[in-house]
Write a protein that binds this ligand. Structure first.
Ligand code: 26W
Length: 626
């Protein structure tokens, strides 16, 4: 199985690696012998932050779980030189700093100088007929090389190790002698530089597509190299017998970002492997599955036909061909309903023609899934309802999950130990979280409750020190820690949260001093998350949070009854400190907009209450835990 994703938000690797191969205690002791603490060494590592938010972190959690389940699954993606920007707060505003995470070297990756493929762009198509099948030569292209970098993915307590293969773009070795001979030395060099540029930087948008040529180049670049790699591996075992391809290779599309790979596989089967269209289509269709992560219409990718035509001319032809057969089928099924056909067409007509990548992904896949029960129902009833009627059963639910290794055992050693002592051992639950049911009996045991409180308090102390170090703000320990951390977006309603804080502040102020202690539980409200650099409303919400924080925290009349903190540069590593210290967490998206949410799961695993709307996976969490 291959997980195709433009994002892998891995975070730090070392602790996860040591825990999974059962070496953490040995390393702890060995380092102690030479006067070091393993925890301090962990702190030296930089995050691999090759993702934006939920979608990228889900990919990283899946890799850990797939390895732990001993399934043969690899991740394929891009080795960006720059991950998601670092967020600094200057005068209450977000400032973006480039994240050149490779500057100190990356000890976890293995450079594969032996795994390298050419990837073509631009050029033109020469068509010809071969026994009635239309094929093409794609000529006069610009060629870029894709080089593999491998990161091992060990499972927890397993013998096998999976792999995350990320591609880096390199100039083609064939120097452009034409330009060189014509005296255009700088032109020839700049062509080489533009090749390296493809994998330079992760696009920091997490809900609206950029529509930029470079983004489409990134998508096709990694898709093409990955498909080549999969075909090479298959042929090593099966030669030219393609009958087993779909049985041996399954590709999961993490949203539509890698959707162009469906057409790349089709192209290779037709133009290089010389199959009939029917044969090639069968293989593509039986190989692919597509995961949708959002119902927000502005987040659905649509690439301009003119851009695809120029960058990938053969692919545009083939998209039209796929659409032709699809529309034939629609016309048969729904005669005289031209409106329906144009609604469902892979091509959106209008001033600028566009390819609807979600529809392309549905048509090219055998299975489509949403990421929580409610979200999957919404897919079937709203944005994909006509596809659900056409292909009954194709759209399914696969509720998201998170790895308990990183999000409980590693980030909350105190709670991990308490759970393990209470129900036997770590192996009782760490690969099968259902077994936490056994804790129910301990909930009324005073010794357990006392221990649980101790653990939470220690975690709060750790977060308090972190807040002091990163913001300079002193927060009290004996106060309710109320947390909302996620990308800043209007639909997630950080604005609602901060307006509530203003209301609470004013209500406290309206209450006579001697009544306050009785009426209000002291609270520290913490909000953190990055705003896409071009998302104006998200950025002014950050400013508002910082403005409220300044007013409330400097009001001596309020004291420790209320504190407000904007947590800067929320990322995987800070999440591992923030989440274990939480007592109340906010998941308050407008119902129907948050596809699943995954931090909600991490918060409850760390003994935190959720306050939330009945949205995404909150619904299932409420059913499961009450
Ligand atoms: C092309 C621009 C772009 C980039 C990313 C558009 C959309 C996205 C993602 C779909 C955004 C995302 O991360 N979605 C989140 O996916 C998580 C994992 O399934 C869910 O838990 C979140 O609810 C969903 O918002």
């Amino acid at each position: 199985m291959y997980y195709f994703s433009l994002e892998f938000l891995m975070g730090r690797m070392m602790q996860n690696m040591l825990v999974n191969i059962d070496m953490e205690d040995h390393y702890k002791k060995a380092l102690m012998d030479i006067g070091y603490k393993l925890e301090d060494l962990y702190e030296e590592e930089v995050d691999a932050a090759l993702g934006n938010g939920g979608l990228g972190r889900l990919a990283a959690c899946f890799l850990d779980s797939l390895a732990t389940l001993e399934l043969p699954a690899w991740g394929y993606g891009i080795r960006y030189d720059y991950g998601i920007f670092k967020q600094m707060i200057k005068e209450g505003k977000q400032v973006e700093i480039p994240d050149f995470w490779l500057k100190g070297g990356n000890p976890w990756e293995i450079e594969r100088s032996d795994v390298i493929y050419p990837v073509n762009f631009y050029g033109r198509v020469e068509k010809y007929y071969d026994n009635g099948t239309e094929r093409a030569n794609w000529v006069d292209c610009q060629t870029v090389m894709a080089q593999a970098y491998d990161t091992p993915v060990p499972g927890y307590n397993t013998y096998n190790t999976n792999n995350l293969r990320l591609w880096r773009s390199r100039p083609c070795n064939e120097f452009n002698f034409d330009s060189f001979n014509q005296g255009d030395y700088f032109g020839a060099i700049s062509e080489r530089q533009s090749a390296e540029y493809i994998t330079s930087v992760l696009y920091p948008n997490d809900s609206s597509p950029s529509g930029k040529e470079l983004r489409l180049k990134q998508q096709y670049f990694f898709c093409s190299a990955s498909i080549r790699d999969i075909i090479r591996r298959y042929k090593k075992n099966h030669g030219n017998d393609w009958s087993q391809f779909a049985a041996k290779n399954q590709i999961q599309l993490n949203d539509t970002h890698p959707a162009i790979s469906t057409i790349e596989l089709l192209r290779i089967l037709l133009d290089e492997e010389r199959m009939t269209y029917a044969q090639a289509w069968q293989i593509v269709h039986n190989t692919y599955a597509y995961t949708n992560h959002t119902v927000l219409p502005e987040a659905l990718e649509k690439w301009s036909v003119a851009l695809i035509q120029r960058l990938l001319p053969r692919h545009m032809d083939l998209i039209y061909l796929v659409n032709h057969f699809f529309i034939e089928k629609l016309k048969q099924k729904y005669p005289n309903d031209g409106e329906k056909v144009s609604r469902m067409s892979l091509i959106e007509e209008g001033d600028e023609k566009k390819v609807r990548m979600a529809y392309l992904s549905i048509v090219c896949s055998h299975t489509v899934n949403g990421v929580a029960a409610l979200h999957s129902e919404l897919l079937k009833e709203t944005i994909f309802s006509e596809f659900n009627a056409l292909y009954p059963g194709k759209i399914q639910n696969k509720t998201n999950g998170v790895t308990p290794r990183r999000w409980l055992h590693c980030c909350n050693p105190g709670l991990s130990e308490l759970i393990s002592e209470s129900i036997g051992s770590v192996d009782e639950w760490i690969t099968d979280l259902d077994n936490l049911q056994q804790l129910a009996g301990h909930a009324t045991n005073p010794a357990f409750v006392e221990q649980f409180r101790k653990v939470k308090r220690a975690n709060k102390e750790r977060l308090r020190a972190w807040v002091k170090e990163h913001t300079g703000i002193d927060i009290p320990l004996d106060s309710l820690y109320d947390i909302q951390v996620k990308r800043i977006h209007e639909y997630k309603r950080q604005l609602l949260n901060i307006l509530y804080v203003v209301y609470r502040y004013l209500t406290i102020k309206d209450t006579p001093r001697h009544e306050r202690a009785q009426k209000f539980v002291p609270r520290v409200v913490m909000i953190g998350g990055k705003a896409a650099p071009g998302y104006y409303n998200a950025k002014i919400i950050i400013e508002l949070i910082n403005a409220v924080s300044r007013v409330v925290n400097s009001d001596a009349d309020i004291g420790d009854l209320l504190k407000v903190v904007f947590l800067p540069n929320y990322n995987v590593s800070s999440a591992q400190i923030i989440i274990p210290a939480s007592e109340l967490s906010q998941h308050i998206s407008t119902a129907g907009t948050e596809a699943s949410g995954t931090s909600n799961m991490k918060f409850v695993m760390n003994g935190c209450l959720i306050i939330g709307t009945m949205d995404g996976a909150n619904v299932e969490i409420a059913e499961e835990i009450g």
